[in-house]
Ligand binder design. Structure first.
Ligand SMILES: [Fe+2]
Length: 320
């Protein structure tokens, strides 16, 4: 539409109702006449509380593994999506969680990307390791390993059993903000430059349990925030140890979360949904959803949230 046409049509409008289609043709919406509100009283999310079971995820990976190898698929993973509209990727608004498996002798090729990633190891026999920017880190059951933004990473299984873990990444946040970059290392294999006993990207289960020993329990619940702030700007990792019979209760807040069960059993109430969980399960907790996790046997949860991203932007709030 030329500016002459716009001028003519605007001047020809006899009233507001006649003006609206002219505004529309000029790609303008009258703020007082829009189709849907742009502001609302408190957070709304279309994402739903959901629960995925590890036994189902592991069996699904075993079945997929009959036909799909790490040469065909760079990663043999199953994305835990929240059925919102046509979404088939995001677990909650800012985070994606996936079950991943590699078989003995397989190698997930080296790549790097702007999204931050972590691995929460569910089952791995000796011989599984990841390499992050040349640093070889063992993948042992219960360990949490970081792959910060733009770190080269590849995964190996030279043991004798399938290895299973959960990946959590901030890809949906990157999709929304749009700074996506990915590179594939030519040849797919990065040189291993070191194999340290300790590393700031590695949170071994044994070390985290030892740290939890000195945390004071409140009503049977211990919480320990992993020291990731120097490496992750968008995600926080919190260990939550719940004694049998105790419950961790959280008021509605603006962070989105995925909760991974490292051990134990219990029930969860997430918004209006109730779940029974056990080791290896994943639970999606959308923003502004009050939630409670009650342990029927002593439990260890790992909660991954986007709280640092919200705090950095000044948007973190809790229900009073
Ligand atoms: Fe990756």
């Amino acid at each position: 539409m030329t500016s002459d046409t716009s001028t003519r049509d605007l001047l020809a409008a006899a009233d507001l109702d006649a003006l609206y289609p002219v505004l529309d043709a000029n790609r303008m919406t009258a703020g007082w006449h829009k189709k849907r509100p742009s502001l609302w009283k408190e957070p709304r999310t279309a994402f739903r509380p959901l629960h995925w079971r590890y036994d189902v995820g592991a069996l699904a990976l075993d079945q997929a593994g009959r036909w799909m190898d790490t040469e065909l698929a760079e990663r043999r993973n199953l994305l835990l999506f929240n059925p919102v509209g046509d979404n088939d990727y995001d677990t909650v608004n800012t985070l994606v969680a996936a079950y991943q498996m590699i078989k003995p002798g397989e190698h997930a090729k080296a790549h790097r990307h702007t999204p931050n990633a972590m691995r929460i190891i569910l089952d791995a026999a000796p011989g599984c390791f990841t390499v992050v920017d040349g640093v070889k880190l063992p993948m042992r059951t219960g360990d949490v390993l970081l792959t910060p933004s733009m770190g080269w990473h590849s995964h190996y299984n030279i043991g004798d059993a399938n290895a299973y873990w959960i990946d959590v990444l901030d890809v949906p946040l990157v999709h929304r903000l749009e700074p996506m970059f990915v590179e594939h290392l030519p040849g797919g294999t990065q040189a291993e430059t070191s194999s340290p006993a300790e590393h700031p990207y590695a949170f071994p289960l044994a070390a985290m349990l030892a740290k939890l020993e000195s945390v004071k329990a409140e009503r049977g619940v211990k919480r320990l925030r992993a020291d990731t702030a120097d490496h992750f700007k968008t995600m926080a990792i919190t260990y939550c140890q719940i004694a049998a019979g105790a419950a961790e209760r959280t008021v509605a807040n603006t962070a989105s979360r995925v909760v991974i069960v490292l051990g134990g059993r219990g029930t969860a109430q997430v918004g209006d949904q109730a779940f029974a969980w056990s080791r290896g399960d994943v639970i999606a907790v959308p923003s502004w959803t009050p939630h409670a996790f009650e342990a029927t046997e002593s439990a260890l949860l790992v909660e991954v949230s986007d709280e640092p991203a919200l705090r950095a932007l000044g948007f973190y709030r809790e229900q009073p």
